[in-house]
Design a protein around this ligand. Sequence first.
Ligand code: PLP
Length: 379
Amino acid sequence: MQVYFDNAATTPLYPEVIQKVTDVLEQYYGNPSSIHSIGRKSRTIIELARKEISSYLGAKPQEIIFNSGGTEGINFIFHSAINDLKVKRIITSKIEHHAVLECLPLNQKKIDVQYVTIHSNGLIDLDSLEHLLAKKKTKTLVSLMHVNNEIGTITDLKKCGEICAKYQSLFHTDAVQSVGKLSIDVKECLITFLTASAHKFHGPKGTGFLYIERNSGIKAQISGGGQERGLRAGTESVHNILGMSLALKLSYQQLDQNTNHISQLKTRFLNRLKEIFNDLIINGIENNEQLGLPHICHVTFPIPKKKAQLLGFKLDMKGIACSQGSACQSGTPIGSHVLDELSNDSKDEFPSFRFSFSKFNTIQEVDYVLASLEEIANN
Ligand code: PLP
């Protein structure tokens, strides 16, 4: 049996999306910038996709910029915020994705970088955000992720946006793990910039989008033919954009149904896991859909080191795909910078794993993984 429980790393495509991408590759090969009718056909479908995507976020179509995904979007916003918007300070958290954290040292000479406090369960302490903003008045970009990719904790974007607005701060959210899984209204949450990536919601890889609030003053980081309203040059990836827009549509159409199904999987998985492993440590939020995404389940297994070393390998041998350590990073099971910030004293002694679910997973798969874990633990 093959079980894919690594959906926070990437997701399988919806079959409808594969079909769509293929159809578009075949039928819409024109360059959207060409003025003849074959080019204009491609332009039309891109603009329809932009409209569709914007409608799910409460944005205007012209506020959506297509790009290659999360890493590019985050780099774009950070560099432009500093170079063009003259931001002098960035406030973020130590549990952000590396796409954010690795952007920071580059700029540290020019700007002040400050970190909000993280609660022991991984939630961001928004009082500490307000405290930092109130303490020093300078042009600031706040960048806080919506859902943490390792432990699934959810940041209250509305509250965060209100605090940022109160102190006239720009607000960027890395929503790579939440778009397509949680409802987001960028206007209601007073978000200035939002980053998303199609491969996390059953769309194609290497494709994503940025929400950039109108008149934000952001400038191009990639120059050339003036595509994407002059903000991101390069011929648009028409098939991927159409695949992404369909993936988002399907995700939001089935949102409640998918969330219920995935919550059931997580509850069954965790309840049984606690029976198999006494002293199991659950990293993040156990069971609260307001505070933790049901798609992500991060645990530390209290098992002897000798068994722990081979756990990942044995799961793989049984056809089970999940993540060990901070495996969003090139698959290397190195220590997790996120767990370092939580009050998990056992993280260095015992192995930690992330199991992440999607609508395509089943109860049978959950039971198979549980039986496999039990067998490995008892041998
Ligand atoms: N931000 C978060 C929270 C992520 O989980 C990821 C991907 O793992 C990224 C950013 C990077 O996105 P992409 O793979 O589209 O570059």
